[in-house]
Design a protein. Structure first.
Length: 295
C-alpha cells in the first residue's frame, strides 16, 4: 500500500490518454500525487491495444491528436486558475457557469509537485517521433520491452534530437529501458519457467505476436527493416527478448544488451503474470540482491 512506503516513487505505466476524459485524469493524478507526498511519476501513452480503442469509441479517430490534446488539456488545468475555459477538437472543459469561489466549487486540485509530476512517455516505434516531441517538452522516455535492441538504440538518437529542439541537455540518466527478466538460482529451472511451454513469458509474447501480425507491425520484432516476415518466429522473438538465467547469466545478458544499445540510466523490470508466485517473487529478490549491485 502507498501509505506504507516512504522513499519509493510510484507511477502509472501507462495512462492511455485518448481513452479517458482529461478532467478525470487531471483529478486522479493530482489526488495520487498529494497522497504520495510528491512521489508520483506520470506515465502516459496513446495506448496500443486496438480493442481498447474500439471499446472507447476512438478506433477511427486520430488517436495521436487525441493524445496531444488530452495531455495539453491536463497541463492547462494544472497551470491556470478557475473558471476553466479550454476548448478542443475532442474535449471542452469549463466551469464558467457553476463556479462558486468562496466554497471552492469549480476548482481542480493540483498535484503537489510543481509544475507537475515528472512525465514519462513510452516508446515502441523504431526512430520514434514521439520520443523526439516528448523530449522537446522535457518529458522522459521509457523504451518498451517488446522491441529488438536495434530499434531500442534508435530511441536515444531521437531523444537527443528532441532535447536539442527544446534547448535541453540530454542525459543518459533520464533514459529508462524496460526488459522482461527472470532470475533463478537453478539454470534449468530458469530456462523452463522463461521459455517452456507453460511459461508466462512465452504467453505474453505470444499475445503480442498475434496482435502485431493483425496490426501489420511485425517490423518491431525484426532485426532489420527489410527482414522477410517468414523469418520472424515466436521462438526467435522469445530467445531474443526474454532475459533469463542465474544471476551470473542475467548479468552477462544485460551487459550484452547494453553493449548493443549503449549506456542508459535505468533498467525497468517488466512484470508478467505469475504462474508460480514463489519463483516470481524469488526472481525479483535475486534481481535486486544479486544482479543490480553489479550493474
Amino acid at each position: 500500500m502507498a501509505y506504507e512506503t516512504k522513499n519509493i516513487r510510484l507511477g502509472t505505466g501507462t495512462v492511455n490518454i485518448p481513452n479517458l476524459h482529461p478532467v478525470h485524469i487531471a483529478g486522479q493524478v493530482a489526488m495520487i500525487d498529494n497522497m504520495l507526498n510528491g512521489r508520483f511519476n506520470f506515465g502516459i501513452s496513446p495506448g496500443g491495444l486496438i480493442s481498447d480503442a474500439e471499446l472507447f469509441g476512438n478506433l477511427k479517430k486520430d488517436r495521436s491528436a487525441m493524445f496531444l490534446e488530452g495531455i495539453n488539456t491536463i497541463l492547462k488545468i494544472w497551470s491556470t486558475e478557475a473558471p476553466y475555459k479550454i476548448k478542443g477538437d475532442y474535449w471542452d472543459v469549463t466551469t464558467e457557469n457553476t463556479l462558486i469561489e468562496d466554497i471552492g466549487q469549480g476548482y481542480m486540485t493540483r498535484p503537489l509537485q510543481r509544475p507537475h509530476p515528472p512525465i514519462i512517455v513510452t516508446a515502441v516505434a523504431p526512430y520514434s517521433k514521439g520520443i523526439s516531441e516528448a523530449a522537446a517538452r522535457g518529458w522522459k522516455p521509457i523504451s518498451a520491452d517488446i522491441i529488438m535492441p536495434n530499434w531500442v538504440k534508435t530511441h536515444w538518437e531521437k531523444y537527443i534530437e528532441g532535447c536539442k529542439k527544446g534547448k535541453l541537455i540530454p542525459s543518459k540518466d533520464d533514459w529508462r529501458i524496460a526488459k522482461t527478466v527472470f532470475v533463478a538460482e537453478d539454470l534449468k529451472k530458469a530456462k523452463e519457467y522463461a521459455l517452456g511451454p507453460k511459461s508466462p513469458y512465452v504467453f505474453y509474447f505470444k499475445q503480442l505476436f498475434k496482435k502485431f501480425v493483425a496490426l501489420g507491425k511485425l517490423e518491431l520484432f525484426k532485426s532489420y527493416m527489410n527482414q522477410p516476415d517468414s523469418e520472424i518466429t515466436l521462438e526467435k522473438v522469445c530467445e531474443e527478448l526474454i532475459i533469463w538465467g542465474t544471476p551470473e547469466k542475467v548479468f552477462d545478458d544485460i551487459s550484452s544488451f547494453r553493449n548493443k544499445v549503449g549506456d542508459f540510466g535505468m533498467l525497468m523490470y517488466a512484470g508478467v503474470d505469475w504462474l508460480d508466485p514463489s519463483l516470481a517473487k524469488k526472481s525479483m529478490a535475486l534481481m535486486a540482491e544479486k544482479v543490480n549491485p553489479y550493474l
